[in-house]
Design a protein around this ligand. Structure first.
Ligand SMILES: [Zn+2]
Ligand SMILES: [Zn+2]
Length: 366
């Protein structure tokens, strides 16, 4: 079957929209007619080989659409079901069977191996394979093949085009708060970087007992949004020392800090923002090989520095919960989305990096 897809032909080049062939879904797989796919900064990292996904290949890992065909043995979904494609997981390793599929032992190959575990790809151009299955989907395409275990069924009557970002970026920010930090009543939380991921974290924190939710960014326009979506205080780090300001606002250091930028200087600020028994959680993606430093003595004071992927939990639990909060008006992530046609993928990614757009979503041509 012919598909229109944004192809990354080699690292550090723009995406090129072209026609490819997609194969049939294999055992346990489905073929999804992608209606829209969010762009996450991880796509940008892969474009520049910071997350090494082989080229030529198709990226995209926040796809949502309608199942067009099912492969052998698929029982949990049927043709016509609207779905969000969540993260892939092997289902048999120790972490998968103990309820931690985000940390599946096979995560690296499943996210960025460049195809199925048997080495085949679902995409081709003039008979030559094109790397597929980025995050188990490669959804910058009009159709994508994914494993049924990664799918989350969309509720009836919902606008499917708005659901893709729940597969990664939005869930990562919100899940960090709900699943990793779990701020209790009267606790204090600092969010470094108030782009889409940080704003999702702030929206989530507003649904907890945290009494001080502090947004830190370099842009006043984003800080305004941080306040709109639940920050009780904001700090412009281009004008003030964020750690000193956190101390002033909290009367001491904070209980929790969430680092969403991937900038190692900001990582240090996040670590320095939490005090005794505090937790600094790192979720921003940094370039390959990045290192950060921490103060040794104050880290001994029961401080925890933890990394976190994908909002933890499972795609199904996280996405379903966030959709319920969204329907109740308590998690308005959809207000952050800006639609672009697939043909403008390069402009959309640039707008996301410049901060002009919080969360670009590519609508597929059908
Ligand atoms: Zn596994
Ligand atoms: Zn992502």
């Amino acid at each position: 079957m012919r598909v229109t897809a944004a192809v990354l032909n080699s690292y550090d080049t723009p995406f090129h929209v072209e026609e490819l062939e997609i194969g049939e879904p294999g055992a346990g797989e489905v073929r999804v007619k992608i209606l829209a796919a969010g762009i996450c900064h991880t796509d940008g990292l892969a474009q520049h080989a910071d997350l090494p996904f082989p080229t030529p290949g198709v990226l995209g890992h926040e796809g949502a659409g309608v199942i067009e065909k099912i492969g052998q043995g698929v029982t949990s979904v049927k043709v016509g079901d609207a779905v969000i494609i969540g993260w892939p997981w092997c289902g048999v390793c120790e972490h998968c069977i103990t309820g931690n599929p985000r940390y599946c032992d096979q995560l690296g190959p499943l996210l960025a191996g460049g195809g199925r575990s048997d080495g085949t790809t679902s995409l081709s151009r003039d008979g030559k394979p094109i790397h597929s299955h980025f995050f188990g989907q490669s959804s910058f395409s009009t159709f994508a093949i994914a494993h049924e275990s990664s799918l989350v069924k969309a509720p009836d009557g919902i606008e499917v085009e708005k659901l893709g970002p729940l597969a990664c970026g939005i869930s990562t920010g919100a899940g960090a708060v709900f699943n990793a930090l779990k701020p209790g009543l009267g606790s204090t939380l600092v969010v470094y970087g108030t782009g889409a991921v940080g704003l999702a974290a702030i929206m989530a924190a507003k649904n907890t007992g945290a009494s001080k939710i502090i947004g830190v960014d370099l842009h006043d326009s984003r800080l305004k949004l941080a306040k709109k979506y639940g920050a009780t205080h904001v700090i412009n780090a281009s004008k003030q020392d964020p750690v000193e300001e956190v101390k002033k606002i909290c009367g001491r250091l904070a209980d929790f800090a969430l680092e969403c930028t991937g900038n190692t200087k900001v990582v240090r600020q996040a670590i320095d923002s939490v005090g005794m028994l505090g937790t600094a959680c790192l979720i921003g993606g940094a370039p390959a090989g990045a290192e950060f430093s921490a103060d040794h003595l104050t880290t001994l004071w029961g401080k925890r520095i933890v990394g976190m992927l994908g909002g933890e939990s499972t795609s199904k639990k996280l996405i379903s919960g966030l959709l319920e909060l969204n329907a109740q008006g308590r998690f308005p992530y959809d207000e952050l989305l800006v639609e672009y046609p697939l043909s403008q993928i390069n402009e959309a990614l640039a707008a996301s990096y410049s901060g002009e757009v919080l969360k670009p979503v590519l609508r597929m041509p059908h």
